[in-house]
Design a protein around this ligand. Structure first.
Ligand code: ADP
Ligand code: MG
Length: 263
């Protein structure tokens, strides 16, 4: 069964794009067919995979504008074992035009419907806000993975806001689970890490065991367009992403009972 996971946190710099591309590569290396969908108008995950929107047959903006089907837009083997639905700067305008459309929150879910089933895992890299594109990702996803920067003093408040948004959607019967909070930018010697780490359990959301260490190599990997997991496969960061991939597989959520099973 395919798992569609939105990687979200409305705070910029939490590590959404870094986590999306490195987790995708780790899953690809574990033999899982993986699709990255770059929902963010800044298209950082596209760039972090070493690609430009122009290289793709079409982009996510073309899909939203009805000019391409998702299946025809895919950039195959953007990284080993990883396909990409490339991001596009025009998504900022697309978001504005969506506002006036009916079923504006379900657009992504419907557009991806045909392709998701052909993958083991689909990762949706969200923009740094809780706007319409992020809500589209939540409605297209089964689960939400929340990277938290452990050097950000305001990260607790930010995560609390995000979890409240998810709770509101669930009250509207949107079926989206919290996969977990993922500690990123981890340096246990820092005060901020200790303070946040003590506070996180109060959020009452699953806290993943895997922690992504703070490494300058992530930044270099971004400039070079080669995810750190590929660039330094023996490093501590790559190991952390392999642990994360395993943990996510182990936490596989029970499939929602079908109506027939309930009856
Ligand atoms: N674990 C980490 N260690 C060091 N730098 C990191 C780490 N995670 C992310 N970064 C850096 O922080 C910046 C923001 O990360 P990014 O993944 O783009 O965040 P977001 O997508 O949430 O805005 C990037 O320059 C990235 O290289
Ligand atoms: Mg990003």
């Amino acid at each position: 069964m395919t798992r569609v996971i939105a990687v979200a946190n409305q705070k910029g710099g939490a590590g959404k794009s870094t986590v999306t591309v490195n987790l995708a590569v780790a899953l690809g290396q574990a033999g899982r067919s993986t699709l990255v969908v770059d929902v963010d108008p800044q298209f950082d995950s596209t760039a972090m995979l070493g690609h430009a929107p122009e290289e793709a047959p079409a982009t996510i903006a073309d899909v939203f504008l009805g000019e391409a089907e998702a299946a025809d837009a895919l950039l195959r083997d953007a990284a080993p074992g990883v396909d990409l639905l490339a991001g596009d700067g025009r998504m900022a305008d697309v978001e504005l035009t969506l506002v006036s459309q009916v079923r504006r929150e379900e657009f992504l879910a419907e557009a991806l419907h045909e392709v998701v089933g052909t993958y083991d895992v689909v990762l949706l890299d969200c923009p740094p806000n809780l706007g319409l594109l992020t809500v589209n990702a939540f409605l297209a996803a089964d689960e939400v993975l929340v990277p938290i920067s452990m050097i950000d003093r305001n990260a607790y408040k930010g995560a609390a806001t995000l979890l409240r948004t998810l709770a509101t959607l669930r009250r509207r019967r949107v079926d989206v689970a919290t996969l977990g909070l993922l500690r990123n930018n981890v340096d246990p010697r820092r005060n901020t890490y200790q303070t946040l780490n003590d506070a996180l359990p109060a959020l009452d959301a699953p806290l993943l065991d895997a922690e992504i260490p703070m490494r300058s190599g992530f930044h270099d990997a971004t400039t070079e367009g080669i995810p750190l997991v590929l660039r330094k496969p023996d490093g501590r960061a790559a190991q952390a992403f392999r642990e994360l991939a395993r943990e996510i597989e182990a936490r596989s959520v029970a499939p929602t009972a079908t109506l027939a099973e309930v009856a």
